[in-house]
Design a protein. Sequence first.
Lengths: 447, 302
Amino acid sequence: MNKIVLVIKREFLTRVRKPSFWILTIIVPILLAALYAIPIYLALKPAEKSVVMVVDESGLFGGLDREDTLRSDSRFVSTDNVAYRYAATFDYARRAMDSEDDADAILYIRRRATDAIPTDACLYYKSDLPTQQVRFDVDRQLQSILRNRLLQAHGISDDEYALISNTKINLRTEDMETGMEAFIEVKSGLGLILSMLIYVVIFMFGAQVMRGVVEEKSSRIVEVIICSVKPFQLMMGKVIGIAMVGITQFLLWIALTGIALVGIQASNSDLFRMATEKHEIAELATKGSEATAQMQQAGQLGEIPQLVEGIASIDFKVIVPLFLFYFLFGYLLYATLFAAAGAMSDNDTDTQLFSLPLTIPLLITLLLMPTMMNAPSGVLSQVLSYIPFTSPVAMMLRVPFGVPTGQVVTSMVLLLVSIPLCTWIAAKIYRTTILRYNLLAQWRKKK
Amino acid sequence: MFLEALHIEKNYGSFRALDDVSLGVEEGTVFGLLGPNGAGKTTLIRLINRISLPDRGELLINGQPMSDADVREIGYLPEERGLYRKMKVGEQAVYLAQLKGLAKRDAEKRLMQWFEKFDIADWWNRPVEQLSKGMQQKVQFIVTVLHEPRLLIFDEPFSGFDPVNATMLKEEILNLRKRGATVILSTHNMSSVEELCDDIALINKSHVVLSGNVEKIRRSYSAGTYRVELDRRPDNLQMPEWCVDCTVEEGNALRVTLGSDRSANDLLAVLLPQVRIVSFRELLPSMNDIFIATVKKGGDRE
């Protein structure tokens, strides 16, 4: 028993000491933190103020009036990021852009004799494409001014308009018992991410087991070791050692990502307060209050609260332990078989052939994902979440939607029961093939 | 008898690797396990190491059936041997010693002694892949003998060694025997068999075809050939017709092969009246000749 501990220790330490382990350990949290921070930075960081020259030939957008005579909802208003300046003619604006270099773009609203209302405007730029923020703001103000003009022309008050535009029927999909909304898109997305992730990690660490076995076999070190350690001990030592590497890596990822996120928030506290405020405003807006102005301000953030609410409706306390369970035991199921595939191979080329049967069940599950997504509790989904070889991926797809406890327990028990069986078969293959070479050539000759 | 194999049979599928193999190894001797490639030597060695188990027959140590516990008393240097390439030499040697049951500190102490003896102490912290093949062989040899096993099994130990290191290895093997260890040596190097081995067993096509004491075997294969050195050129000698073959060699010597019913005394009786004899020696066949003759005979039989 002591020997298997020695093997585990070696497998663990040699891998953890590799630079590649630490590179991966550090890169993943950085990527995750970046994924979290960059959109916020981009959305909130006051970029250099862009200057847009407005050339309004139609007169509908305040181009022909003196600025101080106009209502603020009938002309372009400078914001934090975009300064608007009116120019009388396109040529004048163009000269301004060429000479002073302080204008970034020209918004040209052309007057057409045939149309009372212009249907076409163009944002001209030179060399530097205007940022999405600028384009967004220009578009928003264009639509808003046009709408206000029309409302005035038709004698509709702002309140009447707000009533009309905010009144809509909201279609939800709800669980009859819990009364919780389904948030299907959010859950599908999460299910997809989780099942892809579990597929990748099972394969990544399974392949490590296989490569380790082939390394021992092709270097013939196994000939030396096998007389002091039972083949089963050597195999299980490797499988367990690599499992511990995986768990260590996961824990480090979680810890480092946590530290990184806290760090980002602390070093940019203002930014994050702003973000929170924006979320709050946006939330108010979607709740259908009459805060039209606020809603306009929230504008693009309208989607976020639903995402937040959807994520909030997901029970992470269930998902995280389930993910760890299916990762660990899914890995254990496959790892021993990967070890057997490695034992049969003489080199890396052989492993591709021998590990092919192992990839098939996981690949099938991946291919059937769209079908399962359509009916997360359908027959196909249920069957695949019972078969131990497909259950880790299938279950991760279903888990965000909630799976009946009975089904989860059945699936877990089936997985747990099949592990010793697989290990037994794999150990037998491993024992009989680890000291035999050219198996592939021998089998070909027999045929 | 220290190690005994009784009527061992081992099959791989339909192929019978060992068939009714029996042999005995005396304690404190060097035992040569000979045979052409594919004869079944490695299979037998793996059975002794309990890497696999025989289909029929028994292996005894000191008269008792072998158990897993006995494996701890074995040091095995396999023919196909390797090391983890990326691991450091010292760390790896300690790991392999620990697998053999040595405590870490004990292993380190013994290893340092051996490393210094073999002049590779400077390599302790280098990765194995930087070592030459000969140095790797030294490390493997050290790891094999480190836990001071009572039975040592060397499978082709000399491959990869230059003559200097091969001689050193031979000396070490004899040293181990002197200290009471029993050695099984599997090799194709027949001159080293003559130098080192007390007894041998020759396996061919899954069967033991020849076994016993090296001297006795050579004697039994003796064709009655003698080398006689004289004080002058052996001209005009009268030789009887029962001298089947008589040739003159360099250095005033005669090489005489006698008929099967004659002895050295008869030859001397003929020669003494005619010449002065400086030396008289029986020429025994080399193990190489015996090996080839025996294996060829086996080949003809099939």
